[in-house]
Design a binder for this molecule. Sequence first.
Ligand SMILES: Cc1cc2nc3c(=O)[nH]c(=O)nc-3n(C[C@H](O)[C@H](O)[C@H](O)COP(=O)(O)OP(=O)(O)OC[C@H]3O[C@@H](n4cnc5c(N)ncnc54)[C@H](O)[C@@H]3O)c2cc1C
Length: 381
Amino acid sequence: MRLQKPWDVFVAGGGPAGLATAIAARRHGLSVIVADGAVPPIAKPCGEGLMPDGVEALRDLGIAIPESEAYPFRGVRFVSEGTTAEAEFPRGTAYGIRRTHLHRVMLDHAAACGVRTLWQAPVTGLHPEGALVAGELVRARWVVGADGTSSRVRRWAKLDQHRPNTRANKNLRFAFLRHYRVAPWTDFMELHWGRHCQVYVTPVSREELCVALISFDPKLRLRRGLQEEDALAEFPELSAHLRHAEYLSNERGAITVTRSLRRVYRGHTVLVGDASCGVDAITGEGLCLTFRQAALLGECLASGELDRYQRSHRALLRRPTLMAHMMLFMARHSGLRRHAMRVFQSHPRSFARLLAIHVGEGSAREQISNGIAVGWELLKA
Ligand SMILES: Cc1cc2nc3c(=O)[nH]c(=O)nc-3n(C[C@H](O)[C@H](O)[C@H](O)COP(=O)(O)OP(=O)(O)OC[C@H]3O[C@@H](n4cnc5c(N)ncnc54)[C@H](O)[C@@H]3O)c2cc1C
């Protein structure tokens, strides 16, 4: 490895956050090197839904999703105990896209922008002059921790303190995911609410679905034994669609957590993506948030304004966190969930308003007025 050059930016982690930050920093003329312990394309467990705001955030980084790599969907459908509510996105198209495809698309763009990448290159520590890759010093002015939920950079930089009421274990959930060979029966992303879990289904190609189970129970699985379909047994309609489908991947687990940190930088080390915060996977907003943070960070690294990054990072996190808490509340309280589902089914406009808030459509004022309208519908029903 020839790593001697003093780089402007060293990025630990070459997932969506690391690559997006590297691209954004290059757009501001900084020299960037990314190191990741894995081999691309990286197949991290993910629900694989990219909402219209995420598509837009990616486009702002200069990346377009090739239609051939993804499957478009036009809205979200909630299904719960025989009740259904659905709405189309107010604007734009969402995509289901396999993580490996997304990674490849981002990687190609990063290479075209002049980002230097090192694979099978674990970051092993921080150093006053940069970071250590497999024990070897890489000199850099800035070190970016984009190493995911269990970030070691976060720990090394002593940035692990959470903001009040966002203790990590309080909102920690367990996810299991698998791909099925099934032609999508809908062009909506479906979220099925069960008593103890949620299952969401994202079409990722004309013959493939990504199915994600999320719950507070680490033992719950989509499928346990040969005969048992553990969690799916609660969703007979969904089970019927999947019963005879071929598996296209093994069931893989992941954790998801809603949290925010007191600080996202210390000295010349700064965090981005899941290393810097978390919103529950059920929101489908993690990637969008990551891309928005990365664009901001690229700008702030170029100007040296990490304090601005920290302030704006907090502002970016506000809406997705609110939506995550709302959905976790629905997950925990079945009575409220039933009530909300009845209202959403009988007043489709209120569900459309909720979806508009979710994807950040409209000005802050419009979002607040949409929020009040949804709250009013729920209260008066
Ligand atoms: C179950 C689940 C479902 C989700 N579904 C959706 C969804 O449908 N839509 C959506 O928008 N978001 C979703 N998300 C969120 C989304 O996956 C994350 O927000 C996104 O992956 C964050 O990217 P990241 O680059 O920060 O982290 P990661 O994708 O985790 O990437 C971190 C990278 O760092 C590398 N790394 C770690 N440690 C080191 C080290 N020491 N040295 C070098 N490299 C290292 C890893 O190899 C990895 O490549 C979901 C998340 C989960 C858990």
